[in-house]
Design a protein around this ligand. Structure first.
Ligand code: ADP
Ligand code: MG
Length: 316
């Protein structure tokens, strides 16, 4: 087995490949992966002032701004998820993420004033973002729009690496970037990849359940790793774009299995915002494979949609 890992896109990545075609050298493949992840970051990071996205965000213009085809692919998918979730997922949430201290601006952890939240809410709304295919361009009809692709770009990067491996005729792999995954074929034991869905507690990383999704994308969103606490209350990095407030309900984590990691990534964040009750019916209606873990008085309660349940491994 070949294992490639390191830091990229402000997080860690691991790619496992069971065997390589004779024409593919491991060092060259390792370099390809670094380059592909670097390319996504150079386009879509808000942490880089020179990224394509930062240039769009900085532009005080409501004209079409030429961008890469990749940017259009990701923004179109984000807008599709926004429509489907009635704005629970919204890439224009950036200014809110920032005032809550989870954006690229280094801010102290503090609760912003209501007035501050309201003024940032005025510049949030996915309907202000428009895409054009030919030639690829992006446009905002409100100058102050600021896009944050953090909840979808990692998934997209995973899919990009998967496409590359497919192109090299590598057929058994596992790709992971910051917790978002794509699987194909089998592992070194020659059985389909198994994935542990963690128990969402900050102190321990215990295995929770084991799933065997087959050739799919898998993403998990949780409130248990990126948050701050003030007066015993937890403030999550996932923001409800409609209220401007960090999500505040009993949902602890959501895992989504879908054909692409990009869609799974975005939907996992969307379900964190929507919550388990409404989220479960939305998932059911659309036949989505979703697993909700909620905090309860006695520990955790779980809900898996039927589409998800069939991936659980028995007796694990
Ligand atoms: P998680 O594993 O919790 O899903 P991600 O990094 O995938 O974490 O996504 C969380 C990030 O997405 C936040 O740090 C923020 O930048 C951005 N974000 C927060 N709330 C939303 C939202 N409602 N819609 C889209 N993006 C969001
Ligand atoms: Mg996500």
């Amino acid at each position: 087995m070949y294992r490639f890992s390191g830091s990229a896109m402000g997080t860690q990545y691991t790619v496992k490949v069971v065997e390589l075609p004779a024409a593919v050298l491991p060092t060259a493949l390792g370099e390809d992966i670094v380059r592909l992840l670097g390319e996504v970051d150079t386009k879509m990071s808000t942490y880089r002032s020179d990224s394509e996205l930062s240039r769009f965000n900085d532009a005080r213009s409501t004209q079409w701004i030429p961008v890469s085809q990749e940017m259009i692919t990701v923004v179109d998918e984000a807008l599709r998820v926004s429509t489907m979730t009635q704005g629970a997922f919204d890439i224009t949430v950036g200014p809110l993420v920032d005032i809550w201290g989870f954006g690229p601006t280094l801010r102290p952890e503090r609760i912003p004033a209501k007035l501050e939240i309201d003024s940032e809410l005025a510049r949030v709304g996915f309907r202000h973002v428009h895409t054009r295919e030919n030639p690829p361009a992006l446009k905002k009809d409100l100058e102050e729009i600021y896009i944050d692709l953090s909840a979808i770009a990692k998934g997209y990067a995973v899919d990009k690496v998967a496409d590359h491996l497919d192109g090299l005729e590598i057929s058994n792999y596992m790709i992971e970037v910051g917790g978002e995954l794509r699987l194909k074929g089998y592992n070194t034991h020659r059985i389909p990849w198994k994935i542990a869905v963690e128990r969402p507690a900050p102190e321990v990383r215990a295995i929770h359940s084991v799933i065997q999704p087959g050739d799919k994308g898998v993403a998990t969103s949780g409130d248990y790793r990126n948050y701050f606490e003030q007066e015993g209350k937890r403030y999550s990095h996932t923001i409800d774009p409609r209220s401007g407030l960090p999500i505040d309900h009993s949902l602890a984590s959501v895992t989504v299995i879908a054909d692409t990691a990009m869609y799974a990534d975005a939907m996992a964040t969307a379900f964190m915002v929507i919550g388990s009750t409404e989220g479960y019916s939305l998932a059911q209606r659309n036949n989505l494979a979703v697993f909700f873990v909620s905090k309860s008085a006695t520990g955790f309660t779980e809900q898996a949609t039927p589409a998800f349940s069939r991936y659980f491994l028995a007796n694990e």
